[in-house]
Write a protein that binds this ligand. Structure first.
Ligand code: PMP
Length: 391
C-alpha cells in the first residue's frame, strides 16, 4: 500500500461542499436519471413474494444471481459478443472487476499496458499489485510488439474514455487484437460508457470484434467489464466481467475470497428493472447528457481563450482540455477552486506513476458535464476562461 496514491478526486470531494462552487470536475451521474418508480415497483413486488424475498436476503452464489447472468449474456450477445451465463461473473460494480482482473493477471513487477491518460480508478486498483506500467502509444502505427512485449494485459476504455471522452477507432480496435495476438497479452476492455453515445455511429466493442475473429468467446483474449452504474444507478453496485469460462471460473475463486458475493437483493431488483426499463432509462440518460455536453462545448467555444484546445466527445461524461505549454493543470485547479469557486480535475491525476515510456502532460485538465445544467456550465466555464486569460 506504500505505492498506492490517494485519488485526487476522492480527496477533493471532501473540500467541495461549499454551496457557491460549480463542480466541473467530478463525473457523478445526475440523480435526475435514476429510475425511481421502476425501482420502487420492483421492490414492492419482491417483498410481496416471500420465496423471492428469502432468496433476496440470502447469500447469493459467488458467480452472481443466475437469471441476471443470463440476462447479461443475452445483452452481450445482442452487442455482438455471443456468450452464455458461464461467461459472466457479477462484481460489486465494474471497479471490483478491475481489481479482480489485476489480482488474477499481475504479480509484482509485471508489465501492464495502459492508455494514456487512463481512468484513475483503474490505475489505483492496479497499483496495489505493483505493476511496471507501459503507456500504449496514442498512434497505433507505434504499437510495436517488440517494445510492448511481456505486458500481461492492456487496459483500454474504447468508448468515450474517462478522462478524455474520445473513442478508439474500429481500425485501432482491430490493431489492438493484432497486438494481443503478437504479444500474448490479455485485453481488459472497460465498457463503462458504451451505452452513452449521443452522436455518430456505434463502433463494435473489442470483445465483439474478437468473438468474430476467433469464432468464440472461449478463444478471445478480451475480458470485458460492464456496469449498470451509468444507465440505472451506481449505488446498487452491480457490474460484471465477461470472458472465456476458464477465466471466469478463476475470478469466481477471487470473488469468494474477497466478499463471497454481490448482494442478491440488489441483483434481483436490478434484473427486474433492466428487463423492462433499461432502454427507457438509457434513452433518458442519453438525452440529458447530450444536452449538457452541447452546453458545455458551446460555453468552451465562447469563453476559452486562444491556445486552449479540448476534445469534442460524442458520448460519455467528460471533456479533456489542454492548456498552452507552461500552464500547469494542477496549479490552475487549485486557483480555480480558491479564487473562482470552480472545481476541475488536473490532468496529471490520470497518468500512472512509474511508466517508463510516458511523458505526462501537466498542462491538462478534465471537465465533466454530467451534473451541470446549461446556465451553470456557462457561468463555470466563463469563470475558468477568465482565470486562464489572466494567467
Ligand atoms: N470504469 C470507468 C471508466 C469509470 O469511469 C468508472 C466510474 N466512474 C468505473 C469503471 C467504475 O464504475 P462502477 O464500479 O460503478 O461500475
Amino acid at each position: 500500500m506504500k505505492g498506492v496514491m490517494p485519488s485526487d478526486i476522492r480527496e477533493k470531494m471532501k473540500l467541495l461542499d461549499r454551496a457557491e462552487i460549480i463542480h466541473l470536475g467530478g463525473g457523478l451521474p445526475d440523480p435526475a436519471i435514476f429510475p425511481y418508480e421502476p425501482l420502487s415497483d420492483a421492490s414492492a413486488r419482491l417483498w410481496a413474494d416471500r420465496a423471492r424475498a428469502q432468496t433476496a436476503l440470502q447469500y447469493a452464489p459467488s458467480e452472481g444471481y443466475l437469471p441476471l447472468r443470463e440476462w447479461i449474456a443475452g445483452y452481450m450477445t445482442r452487442q455482438g459478443t455471443a456468450c452464455e451465463a458461464d461467461n459472466v461473473i457479477i462484481t460489486n460494480g465494474s471497479q471490483q472487476g478491475l481489481d479482480f482482473l489485476a489480482k488474477l493477471l499481475l504479480s509484482p513487477g509485471d508489465k501492464a499496458l495502459v492508455e494514456i491518460p487512463s481512468f484513475i480508478g483503474a490505475l489505483r486498483a492496479f497499483d496495489a499489485y505493483e505493476p511496471q506500467y507501459l503507456g500504449l502509444p496514442e498512434d497505433s502505427a507505434d504499437w510495436n510488439p517488440t517494445d510492448l512485449a511481456g505486458a500481461k494485459f492492456c487496459y483500454v476504455g474504447p468508448d468515450f474514455r474517462n478522462p478524455t471522452g474520445t473513442c478508439m477507432s474500429r481500425k485501432d480496435r482491430l490493431a489492438l487484437l493484432d497486438l494481443a495476438d503478437d504479444t500474448g497479452m490479455a485485453i481488459i476492455e472497460d465498457g463503462c460508457y458504451e451505452q452513452l453515445r449521443y452522436e455518430g455511429e456505434d463502433i463494435a466493442s473489442v470483445a465483439a470484434l474478437a468473438a468474430e475473429r476467433y469464432g468464440s468467446i472461449e478463444r478471445s483474449p478480451v475480458l470485458h467489464t460492464g456496469t449498470f452504474s451509468k444507465t440505472i444507478a451506481p449505488s446498487l453496485r452491480v457490474g460484471w466481467i465477461a470472458g472465456p469460462r476458464d477465466v471466469i471460473r478463476r475470478l469466481v475463486l477471487i470473488k469468494q475470497a474477497s466478499d463471497l458475493a454481490t448482494s442478491a437483493l440488489n441483483q434481483m431488483l436490478l434484473l427486474d428493472v433492466v428487463r423492462d426499463h433499461l432502454d427507457t432509462s438509457t434513452r433518458i440518460a442519453r438525452s440529458v447528457y447530450r444536452d449538457r455536453c452541447r452546453s458545455m462545448l458551446d460555453a468552451m467555444e465562447e469563453f476559452m481563450p486562444h491556445g486552449v484546445s479540448w476534445t469534442r466527445p460524442q458520448g460519455g461524461l467528460y471533456v479533456w482540455a489542454e492548456l498552452p505549454d507552461g500552464i500547469d493543470g494542477a496549479a490552475l485547479a487549485a486557483r480555480a477552486l480558491l479564487e473562482r469557486s470552480v472545481s476541475i480535475i488536473s490532468g496529471s491525476a490520470f497518468y500512472p506513476a512509474n511508466a517508463t515510456n510516458i511523458v505526462p502532460k501537466p498542462n491538462t485538465f478534465r471537465l465533466s458535464f454530467s451534473m451541470i445544467p446549461a446556465a451553470a456550465a456557462r457561468e463555470g466555464i466563463e469563470r475558468l476562461g477568465g482565470l486562464i486569460r489572466e494567467g
